[in-house]
Design a protein around this ligand. Sequence first.
Ligand SMILES: NC(=O)c1ccc[n+]([C@@H]2O[C@H](COP(=O)([O-])OP(=O)(O)OC[C@H]3O[C@@H](n4cnc5c(N)ncnc54)[C@H](OP(=O)(O)O)[C@@H]3O)[C@@H](O)[C@H]2O)c1
Length: 309
Amino acid sequence: MNIFIAGGTGAIGRVLVPLLVDAGHKVVALTRSAERASLLDRMGATPVVGDVYDEVRLARWVAQAGAEVVIHQLTAFGTKDGDPYAETIRVRIDGTRSLVSAARAAGVRRFIAQSISFMCSPHGSGLTDEETPLHLDAPTAVRGLAQAVASLERQALEADGMAGTVLRYGWFYGPGTSYDPEGSIPMAIRNGTMPIVGEGAGTYSFINLRDAAAATIKVLAHEASGIYNIVDDSPVRLSEWLPFAAKLLGAPTPAHMDEALARQKLGDMRVYYMNEQRGASNAKAKREFGWQPAFPSWRTGFEALYSGR
Ligand SMILES: NC(=O)c1ccc[n+]([C@@H]2O[C@H](COP(=O)([O-])OP(=O)(O)OC[C@H]3O[C@@H](n4cnc5c(N)ncnc54)[C@H](OP(=O)(O)O)[C@@H]3O)[C@@H](O)[C@H]2O)c1
């Protein structure tokens, strides 16, 4: 298949592009940087250098690629004007609009977008599934991201003339992610600046990058449409995984922080993640397109990542 991917140089993109190429697809990939263009080239993709917000050129590149499928793996964390979420919100709303419009103009037949499983409503009990509403009644800091995720999902699923697939990934871990041994989370654990907030009841569904990328290969083979959670089999509370990771990293035992203090010091977003979020079920992806994680538990994944086991 001819595939156009945006975000092919990101943490998941760097795993996904070689898998697509190995599966026999012809891949054209967007990057803003000439340096990362050579990385794409080495991975077997044809790079195009430009910005997703450059709508006119983007439409031309997608058409020139003869794309049958567009894959959206764009994210953009990193603080801008004091707001750590502004760029990722923009790329999910405006970046998606730009990509969907380019795909429609080029007659693309499937649009696959990266979403996140951990923006679902924490109200209710047990694991979330693909019917669980997004957390749109959250405090302001969380609501902005939830609304952006809702916009991305709506645009991907409702695009005229195209089948839409939304992959709601759990928390990525692996090289180049925040959980990379040199990434921001292990760094905070080592520095003792990542506490267990409240009861540490936030339930994380993790996903190894390779398992996340493998889901797209399955989606393409099975022509699967709709929303799918792509998470491992072992949702786990912060209070359990954080001390386990600290031990593997040879870091101090994590401290506890009262929830009210954490709201002041860390903000509503972190309190939501650390003490409120629910884990997600992967039953639908397993049932409908036979996806199975090679790392069913974050425990073995973390051991491999942090102690080379
Ligand atoms: N499910 C999850 O846990 C989850 C989800 C998302 C992100 N994260 C994590 O958050 C961390 C940082 O994420 P990140 O945002 O820095 O992601 P990242 O892994 O660096 O990927 C961002 C991708 O989006 C592309 N991109 C962004 N803005 C673009 C634009 N305007 N035009 C074209 N391409 C654009 C980048 O391309 P170029 O830079 O090459 O142009 C890059 O390929 C990573 O550790 C990641 O694991 C986790």
